[in-house]
Design a protein around this ligand. Structure first.
Ligand code: HAM
Length: 419
């Protein structure tokens, strides 16, 4: 027996209405905001993520699927979209296009994590990036994409978690304040957090360890250390969010698990998925493109976990519309009817009418039962008599009324009834 690898799942036909509904809404909302779709490879050079996401992050240190290909190249299955999209922006000289360049992607992401509800080793994201503009109105636009989408999907009571992580001008002082504060309690911290203290003290703020959490009440807040520019950026963004009635909570513990963030960081949480259930998270990364070898270019974006969105839709009892299915079945009776039946289903499909063909030599009764189960509206029965008359017997599966219809006119006959 083989099983799907731990932390991965098959997306079965029964779940497809959710996937279709959610991804169709994603494309539709992207169009409302003038976002353009970009697809980058599922694997990239490992060094891109090491440099972009950052050494010392959980993603780079513990979660990457990195392998050597037969040519000796170090490649990594993408653990996020952003670094690859930035690589493409630089590689294709998109800085010469009108800015901001507004891009979105939908696809699988790979992280070697401890699987649990809503946390997988392969998940899918809807990812949005807006590049080349520092205006806080772009922050608002990016957050509005998430807001509009989640609202259209039926979420109520939405609220953003918001923070500013500062910039290279003001972050060093904040970092130092954290080192001094947590450093004073060094003997209470465990090994994991001592490592965080040494490499990235901001990560202590979202530590899952009890000892670190007990110290949070007295910890310094980044908002008290922001430089004038970062403080003004946050204040302007908040005024826009207020003006548009998009509730947000300043959360000084929101630091996010990727190193590239500057200024704005945000998440949207949903209830009922389990531990730390962010359906979406993102922020600004004004130094990232430069760090990856491109021209200085600010940017902001977010990623939204599609599995998590679907889990929370189910939790809230939100039903997607059913997927369209064939409503016509062609049922040949006897050997002589077989080829005419094959010809008839082809004719129906060529005319754009979705149709099923009954296989094997099952009795008419069995074929009708199968049609009922498949939600068929009309079964077209092809028996000896009908064949001789150049007709089919069309059976209405609800009323059970049967009518002989000339083969010639069957497409029109169905069209009139199948709207
Ligand atoms: P992230 O917060 O690591 O950000 O992931 C974005 C979203 O993907 C999360 O909020 C969550 O919904 C979903 N997600 C993450 N990991 C898993 C998992 N193991 N299983 C299921 N869902 C998961 C990023 O990836 C950034 N690249 C987002 C971004 C874009 N920032 C700027 N631009």
């Amino acid at each position: 027996m083989f099983y799907a690898p731990r932390g991965t799942q098959d997306i079965l036909p029964a779940d497809r209405p959710y996937w279709r509904y959610v991804t169709e809404q994603m494309h539709a909302v992207a169009a409302l905001f003038g976002l353009q779709q970009i697809d980058t490879p599922i694997f990239e050079e490992a060094a891109l993520f090491v440099r972009g996401v950052g050494e010392g992050t959980d993603i780079v240190d513990k979660e990457m699927y990195t392998f050597q290909d037969k040519g000796g190249n170090e490649l990594t299955l993408r653990p996020e979209f952003t670094a690859g999209v930035m690589r493409a922006y630089i590689e294709h000289g998109m800085h010469v296009l009108p800015q901001p360049v507004k891009l979105y992607s939908i696809g699988p992401i790979f992280r070697y994590e401890r699987p649990q509800a809503g946390r997988y080793r392969q998940h899918h994201q809807f990812n949005v990036e807006m590049l080349g503009e520092l205006d806080p109105a772009v922050d608002l636009e990016v957050m509005s994409v998430a807001w509009t989408l989640l609202t259209r999907l039926g979420y109520r009571g939405l609220s953003f978690q918001l923070n500013s992580t500062g910039c290279p001008v003001c972050r060093p002082a904040y970092r130092q304040a954290l080192i001094e504060y947590f450093g004073a309690y060094r003997n209470r911290l465990n090994e994991v957090d001592l490592r965080r203290l040494a490499i990235n003290p901001l990560r202590l703020l979202d530590s899952k360890e009890e000892a670190a959490q007990a110290l949070l009440d007295g910890a310094p807040h980044s908002s008290d250390y922001l430089c004038d520019e970062c403080a003004a950026h946050l204040a302007t963004l908040r005024s826009y969010l207020d003006a548009l009635e998009m509730p947000h909570t300043i959360n000084f513990r929101l630091v996010r698990g990727l190193d590239y963030y500057t200024k704005t960081v945000f998440e949207v949480w949903a209830e009922g998925i389990g531990a730390q259930a962010a359906v979406c998270g993102g922020g600004r990364y004004d130094k990232l493109i430069e760090m990856l070898g491109g021209p200085p270019t600010p940017g902001i974006g977010f990623g939204m976990g599609i599995e998590r969105v679907i889990l929370s839709l189910k939790q809230q009892g939100i039903q997607p519309p059913p997927l369209p299915a064939p409503r016509v079945q062609v049922s040949p009776l006897g050997e002589a009817a077989r080829v005419p039946a094959l010809q008839l289903v082809r004719r129906l499909r060529n005319a754009g009418i979705a149709a099923l063909l009954a296989f094997g030599n099952r009795s008419l009764k069995a074929q009708l039962k199968a049609a009922d189960r498949a939600g068929i509206a009309y079964t077209l029965i092809l028996g000896e008599q009908e064949l001789a008359a150049g007709a089919v017997l069309a059976r209405d599966m609800v009323s059970h009324a049967q009518e002989a219809v000339a083969l010639e006119g069957i497409v029109e006959w169905l069209r009139r009834r199948l709207t």
